[in-house]
Design a protein around this ligand. Structure first.
Ligand SMILES: Cc1cc2nc3c(=O)[nH]c(=O)nc-3n(C[C@H](O)[C@H](O)[C@H](O)COP(=O)(O)O)c2cc1C
Length: 184
């Protein structure tokens, strides 16, 4: 089982990326969580780029997102919503409509912010956007508040309860994403 981990933050010391690094360690047996870092290389969505000359970065997004068993998104909150770069990636992953990488893809959303609400608005917006893009939302939000206090200088998660919640979410995501066994 391969779960891609997509951070909505590009910055080197991102708490959201650290949260996904913790998810790699929290993954249950048999589940590989892999960081996917292609968001920063994508062009701004432009319908004129669809077709035979599709940019390589978009081709890679569609192939990687479409072939994963599930995707775990971690979003910061910028001005009460999803960072533009992450919305842009979802837009690319939502086309072409009938064969989009996100259509029926299993997704879960978590998020960290330095404020008191743990990127709740951004997570709610991202869930809405992913749902409209045709993805299958699994589990609830996981808001990480005061994120600057939850990781050490190396970005390692300090909060054991949060680690446990991550593990449970990954278990649920993996269960929901597992192929249904054919009846004997
Ligand atoms: C442009 C910008 C807008 C922000 N807006 C919000 C916001 O609306 N709500 C919030 O809780 N934090 C906000 N923040 C603070 C972020 O939560 C904080 O910078 C967080 O660490 C970003 O995530 P990262 O560590 O993964 O990069 C904002 C930060 C930036 C740079």
């Amino acid at each position: 089982m391969r779960i891609l981990a997509v951070s909505g933050s590009l910055r080197a010391g991102s708490h959201n990326t650290s949260l996904l690094q913790a998810a790699i360690d929290a993954a249950p047996e048999g589940v590989d969580v892999e960081l996917w870092e292609g968001i920063g290389g994508l062009p701004i969505y432009d319908q004129d780029l669809e077709g035979t000359d599709l940019p390589e970065s978009v081709r890679r997004l569609r192939e990687d997102w479409g072939s994963a068993d599930a995707i775990l998104f971690a979003t910061p909150e910028y001005n009460g919503s999803v960072p533009g770069g992450l919305k842009n990636a979802v837009d690319w992953g939502s086309r072409p409509r009938l064969e989009a990488a996100l259509t029926n893809q299993n997704v879960a959303v978590i998020g960290a912010s330095t404020g008191q609400f743990g990127a709740m608005w951004a997570q709610a917006d991202l869930r809405k956007i992913l749902g409209l893009a045709g993805a299958r939302l699994i589990g609830d939000e996981l808001p990480v508040t005061r994120a600057h206090e939850k990781f050490d200088h190396q970005g390692r998660l300090l909060d054991g309860e949060l680690f446990e919640r991550l593990r449970l979410l990954l278990e649920t995501l993996a269960l929901e994403a597992a192929p249904v066994e054919a009846a004997a």
